[in-house]
Ligand binder design. Structure first.
Ligand code: CTP
Ligand code: CA
Length: 214
């Protein structure tokens, strides 16, 4: 299969020296890209800034902002058989990027933020993607219910849900504990290294793709 994987955080510029971001390390997305490549698939990794080494045999497209990730996915999704959206995309960006470094003046500073495009949410409708589609859901409460809403709303075949409030797993960790949320059933994977979870999830995605007939 040709597989697109998004990974890492995005950076939303505020001024020439500052940005908004989140705690994503990119480890889960890179582990997925690596597991796909090891299973013999052709992988394009679209990644926000991380300190990770690009897995061997994986094509790499680095991006910074949500807008750049959106454009990269839009350009490449058409020729993919499957796509996995592991990136922790910033939901909001500063409404304006200051050309000069913002100086400290008053005692408080209020930022105006505007929504970024929902990349995964654009894949089925706007981009017309008909391949196997996998999203992640990062939640701190109501894990299963929220993941089911994302599965339905974004037209996914699978949502990988993780509770990012649990210490030692999920964001910025080598370990994770996830629920695989399919339209008709749910599979709980016990806590493990991201590098052990990824090949298992890849096999599930291979099965979904085979069912879809591509
Ligand atoms: N996602 C995306 N583009 C965005 C936001 C999210 O592609 N602008 C993708 C993520 O990569 C993930 C899925 O959508 O696969 C769910 O991300 P998440 O942050 O859990 O959900 P949101 O839809 O952003 O909703 P919220 O943060 O309000 O829970
Ligand atoms: Ca979000």
């Amino acid at each position: 299969m040709r597989v697109l994987v998004t990974a890492g955080p995005t950076r939303e510029a505020l001024d020439p020296v500052r940005y908004l971001t989140n705690r994503s390390s990119g480890k889960m997305g890179y582990a997925m890209a690596d597991a796909f490549a090891r299973a013999g698939h052709q992988v394009l990794l679209v990644s926000g800034p991380t300190v990770l080494v690009v897995p061997e045999g994986v094509d790499f497209l680095p991006v910074e902002s949500a807008a750049e990730m959106f454009e990269a996915v839009k350009r490449h999704i058409g020729r993919m058989d499957a796509a996995v959206f592991a990136a922790a995309v910033a939901d909001y960006r500063p409404a304006a990027v200051s050309e000069q470094k913002i100086k400290k003046t008053g005692e408080t500073l209020t930022l105006e933020l505007v929504r970024t495009p929902d990349i995964l949410g654009s894949v089925r409708g706007e981009f017309g993607f008909t391949g196997t589609l996998v999203g992640f859901a990062a939640e701190t409460e109501n894990l299963l219910a929220n993941a089911r809403i994302k599965l339905e709303r974004k037209g996914c075949d699978l949502v990988i849900a993780n509770d990012v409030s649990k210490p030692g797993i999920g964001f910025d960790s080598d370990r994770n504990e996830v629920l695989l949320v399919f339209p008709e059933h749910v599979e709980a994977l016990p806590e493990d290294e991201k590098h052990h979870l990824a090949p298992h999830i890849v096999r599930e995605i291979e099965r979904l793709a085979a069912e879809r007939g591509r």
